[in-house]
Ligand binder design. Sequence first.
Ligand SMILES: NC(=O)c1ccc[n+]([C@@H]2O[C@H](COP(=O)([O-])OP(=O)(O)OC[C@H]3O[C@@H](n4cnc5c(N)ncnc54)[C@H](O)[C@@H]3O)[C@@H](O)[C@H]2O)c1
Length: 420
Amino acid sequence: MVSKALLRLVSAINRRRMKLLLGIALVAYVASVWGNFVNMRSIQENGELKIESKIEEIVEPLREKIRDLEKSFTQKYPPVKFLSEKDRKRILITGGAGFVGSHLTDKLMMDGHEVTVVDNFFTGRKRNVEHWIGHENFELINHDVVEPLYIEVDQIYHLASPASPPNYMYNPIKTLKTNTIGTLNMLGLAKRVGARLLLASTSEVYGDPEVHPQSEDYWGHVNPIGPRACYDEGKRVAETMCYAYMKQEGVEVRVARIFNTFGPRMHMNDGRVVSNFILQALQGEPLTVYGSGSQTRAFQYVSDLVNGLVALMNSNVSSPVNLGNPEEHTILEFAQLIKNLVGSGSEIQFLSEAQDDPQKRKPDIRKAKLMLGWEPVVPLEEGLNKAIHYFRKELEYQANNQYIPKPKPARIKKGRTRHN
Ligand SMILES: NC(=O)c1ccc[n+]([C@@H]2O[C@H](COP(=O)([O-])OP(=O)(O)OC[C@H]3O[C@@H](n4cnc5c(N)ncnc54)[C@H](O)[C@@H]3O)[C@@H](O)[C@H]2O)c1
């Protein structure tokens, strides 16, 4: 009996011990898992801290470099006058990234106005106005004037149109659309916002003139179906549209009949005599003269034209005004002068006459002198030297930026005939 009772006592004590031991083991296990967890976290946190400080070590010098770059990128704009709210105008220049438009942009920006350039970059380029990008008074919009435009402006200089024969003949239908639909859109905008519109028309409205020099009351001699007609007739109808909007809708219009203009930012492929001769002379190529070279041209320097455009816009003259330099030279004289200024040994080469090439071109600028107090002031040689300097730099720039595309192998789809 006693022994049985002893056995029960011992097994009861053992069970309790076992429970106690199991409890202790469980607590020890939980404690060790927790300990490991805490340990791992602190290792991880330490690791993260180390990684963060490593990243910081790499990133900080980069941040420093970005700060330096930002400082060096802080755009230095040409000096701009301050105009009071009352005198400052919101001005739209269509075709403002082109040759004339970009110089006009420079003048109006420097005079302190707010300028919006609208251009589809057909012949214009961002490089011509890049020095204004980011300026608070300047905006550049990539837009085709054949599509309507809705902005608020006080004045519109409507220059959008290819201007040189190779450019306007490249796509005659587009040239017509730009000069007709584009002009209608801009006149519509002028009507809607009550802006004054200046049309950049051309001496080409006189065609191959039968009177010399050409004054504004001469109606012209244009071949309506010749290769230049898309431009000449496009500009003639653009003028008609201006006066229809003036008479019917009371829109204020100004029409500048621009004669041949030259200067920096002309296109390399302009195709007209000044740039052709300069490029040929600079590259030692023969200077090509079409016909005998006795046909005459008169060229104005671009800054003179820009001053004339601004004077006309701000005048009360609503009828067309010629803007050009009446100093007339034969094409042969131009060739000789440019050859000498460049110091080139190029020959002069005579080629057959171009179709519808006007024989004489010289503006009568008495109206501009009388009513705008404007006349060209830049001497021909001075202007030519600036243009030569520009083209020399352009040739260097192009030589350093040549891209020679690799021809891609032709892809012929199986089972289809090719139409060559
Ligand atoms: N340069 C001259 O000797 C001369 C002579 C007479 C008239 N003009 C007139 O002056 C204006 C400017 O001539 P430029 O010599 O500066 O020519 P340009 O080709 O350098 O400039 C014309 C600009 O109009 C832009 N443009 C063309 N079609 C457009 C369209 N559909 N929408 C928006 N933009 C468009 C071109 O991209 C370009 O920037 C033209 O209207 C031209 O007819 C120039």
